[in-house]
Design a protein around this ligand. Structure first.
Ligand code: 0GY
Length: 298
C-alpha cells in the first residue's frame, strides 16, 4: 500500500475548535471546504504537490454541526487530482446537505458527468496557483467548459493577485458563472483602495457573472490571528459592493498553512466584521449559496 505520511511541515487542523459566539442564521452554508482521504480508502493522487493529514467526511460533518452550519460546499482539493471519489462519497453521505466542485479532465465521459451531477456536483475548479498544480493552456480549460455547459455548472477559479492581469481575458471569455476563490488572494499589506485590488473590484463590477468567496483571512493576513484585522477592509468592501454575489467558507482543513492553524470557531466570529448587517449576512451565508448550489431552496 502507498505511504501517505503527511508532509513533515504539515499543520493539522484544530481538533477542538471553540463554539462561535456569533450564531449563524438558519440554513447557513460553509461554501468552501475540503475532504482529504482518508488515504487508505481514497488514495492521494500521484501527481500531488503535497501530502496532507487525513481529514474525512465524518470530521467535516462534525465541524459543520459544532459551528452551526446547515450545509457544505466541498471543493475538490489538488492532493486528490482529478479523482473526485472522496468528495463524491462525502456528497452522497451528506443526505443532500452538501454540494461539490470537481476537478475534471476534458476526457471525462458523459456518464461520469451525469453521475457527478446526480451526486451534487455543480461546478469545476480551474487552479492557477503554481505551488499546487502545473499550468495548463487555455484550450484545455475551454474544452472542459464545453463539457460542463449542458449541465449548467459554474467555474471556480483560484489564482494569485499578481496573475489576474495575465488571466483576465480568459476569465472574462467564460460565459458560465465564475466564482473567484479568496477574493483573488489580495496582498493585504497594500491599500484596499490601491491599483491591484481596484483591478479585482473592476472585474466584479464589469462582469455580473463573477462571484467572489470572501474567504481565508487566515491565509491572507499578515497581522495574523485571532482578529485578522488587515483582511477586514478587503472582505467588507467586496461584501458591501456585491452583496448578491459573495460566498463564505471555512476552508477547513486549511491546506498548506505554515504560520498557524486557525480556530474555526474564531473564523465564524470574523463574519459579522465583514458583513455588518443581518441582511448582508443572510445573503452571504444563506441566500447566495442556495441560489448557486441548491436551486434557491434553503
Ligand atoms: C484552498 C487553498 C489551497 C489549497 C487548495 O486544492 C488545494 O490544494 O485549494 C492553498 O494551498 O492555497 O482553497 O484550500
Amino acid at each position: 500500500m502507498a505511504d501517505f505520511t503527511m508532509d513533515a511541515d504539515w499543520l493539522v487542523f484544530e481538533p477542538n475548535p471553540t463554539k462561535p459566539h456569533f450564531v449563524l442564521p438558519r440554513g447557513a452554508v460553509d461554501a468552501h471546504c475540503h475532504v482529504f482521504g482518508p488515504g487508505n480508502e481514497f488514495p492521494y493522487a500521484p501527481e500531488r504537490k503535497y501530502t496532507p493529514c487525513d481529514a474525512g467526511k465524518d470530521q467535516l460533518f462534525a465541524l459543520r454541526d459544532l459551528l452551526g452550519f446547515d450545509k457544505n460546499v466541498i471543493v475538490q482539493a489538488t492532493c486528490h487530482g482529478a479523482d473526485n471519489s472522496a468528495m463524491l462519497d462525502a456528497l452522497v453521505s451528506s443526505g443532500d446537505r452538501a454540494r461539490g466542485v470537481a476537478t475534471i479532465s476534458p476526457e471525462v465521459s458523459d456518464q461520469q458527468l451525469a453521475e457527478m451531477n446526480e451526486a451534487g456536483v455543480r461546478g469545476v475548479r480551474f487552479n492557477y496557483v503554481r505551488r499546487l498544480v502545473d499550468p495548463k493552456p487555455d484550450a484545455y480549460y475551454h474544452r472542459i467548459v464545453e463539457r460542463i455547459a449542458p449541465l449548467g455548472w459554474h467555474v471556480v477559479v483560484y489564482f494569485e493577485a499578481a496573475d489576474l492581469a495575465e488571466r483576465r481575458n480568459f476569465f472574462t471569455s467564460l460565459e458560465t458563472t465564475v466564482v473567484v476563490d479568496h477574493m483573488g488572494r489580495p496582498d493585504v499589506t497594500k491599500s484596499v483602495d490601491g491599483a491591484e485590488f481596484a483591478m479585482f473590484l473592476r472585474l466584479m463590477a464589469e462582469h455580473e457573472n463573477f462571484w467572489s468567496k470572501v474567504t481565508c483571512p487566515e491565509r491572507l493576513s499578515v497581522t495574523g490571528p485571532p482578529d485578522y484585522d488587515d483582511v477586514v477592509p478587503f472582505a467588507r468592501r467586496v461584501v458591501e459592493m456585491f452583496p448578491d454575489r459573495v460566498l463564505w467558507g471555512t476552508d477547513w482543513p486549511h491546506p498548506n498553512l505554515k504560520s498557524h492553524m486557525p480556530d474555526d470557531g474564531k473564523l465564524v466570529d470574523f463574519i459579522p466584521r465583514i458583513a455588518p448587517s443581518g441582511e448582508l449576512r443572510e445573503k452571504l451565508l444563506v441566500e447566495n449559496p442556495h441560489r448557486l448550489y441548491w436551486e434557491g431552496t434553503p
